[in-house]
Design a protein around this ligand. Sequence first.
Ligand SMILES: C[S@@+](CC[C@H](N)C(=O)[O-])C[C@H]1O[C@@H](n2cnc3c(N)ncnc32)[C@H](O)[C@@H]1O
Length: 384
Amino acid sequence: MDLNIHYIQNSYIKNISVIGEIETKEDTERLLRELEASNILEFNITFIGANTLNTRIVEKISYLRKILKCKIYVLKRFLYLYLQDLGIKCEYVLKKSLHAKLNNKTPISELRSLDTDMVNRFLENIRLKFGYDYTGYQIDSVIRRINITMLRENISCFEQFEAAVLKEPEIFEQLFLDLSINTTGFFRDPDVFLMLRNRILTYLCSYSHIKIWCVGCSSGKEPYSLAILLYELGLLNKTYIYATDINPYIIEEAKNGLFSTSNIDKDILNYQKSGGTRNFVDYFDLNDSYMKIKSHLQKNILFFQHSVIGNGILNEFQLILCRNVLIYLTPQTQEKVLFTLSKSLDFTGFLVLGKSEGMLLNGGHSFFVNYLAKEKIYRLKQSI
Ligand SMILES: C[S@@+](CC[C@H](N)C(=O)[O-])C[C@H]1O[C@@H](n2cnc3c(N)ncnc32)[C@H](O)[C@@H]1O
């Protein structure tokens, strides 16, 4: 990270440009020191390269906005959406890419139908160049996402787009983020959490240690829901939750544990439907516009970037949740993932898939058998 600081002449207005991601503790301390300067009446902060901000910085800028005149400008869409979601008002500065400027001046507006073979070749080139493997994702969904990035970059010709993505990491990053669909929720599909509470965790409670893998954990609402459940059952202290996602920026958001309060009514309802009888809000510290998960619920969760395609097996888990990840993959890739998960599961463990996922078309029944069919909970074939 680099800081570019200047004061507007003859005033107490400070402009801070933050260049790059805030990666180290030293970066954080340095920025906080600059934000704490006492003689300032007004701040302008521009985040130029950052896709994420850590909790301390988010909390600081949120506080500054309350006590000072403070304008926040953001160049990365991912960070802009995060801050907006947390109710921290900021302005999105649209940075036109070089290619968009070279392009036709008239913005393109319609989606293109793209040749599947060309797109497959493009995905293979991405895999070779950036190490991210999208060759096994559902092609229709990938094409829709490519189209969104092309519209955003205002590039109408696929060959030109391909060249730009492979040459300019920033455009690849935009495509990577468009390919990552992060929809999630606290106690999503509450009937599944009810079964986890009443059937699965009550079974696992006799174990001296429990290890859970939450695959494709997105912004963390799923692993934090599990942590709440485990806490209520008195199992959290002997459990480790590994929470992984392909998207490194969403992992940083998950680590922050900050969430919008705008969905709180639905969160509370889902918690209650999942068998929760306490006050859901007690698990958070509330701010005006966002809430922060209590730290005792964070300490047994290990968040890290990991792709379930290609990064291999992780450990021996008693419970694996891989919900709403397979739907984006081809049946062949789903089978590979299910094989990886079967090798990562303890002999007597459980696998939970998403409500619209299953094992009918992907060969998953070679490794797993139904345990609770409606809730998409499975066990290893040879364990029965
Ligand atoms: C729709 S969200 C589901 C979140 C959560 N599991 C739930 O059901 O609420 C899918 C998540 O899977 C992640 N994902 C996609 N491909 C992945 C891969 N190959 N390895 C790990 N995570 C992946 C995405 O980044 C996204 O956060």
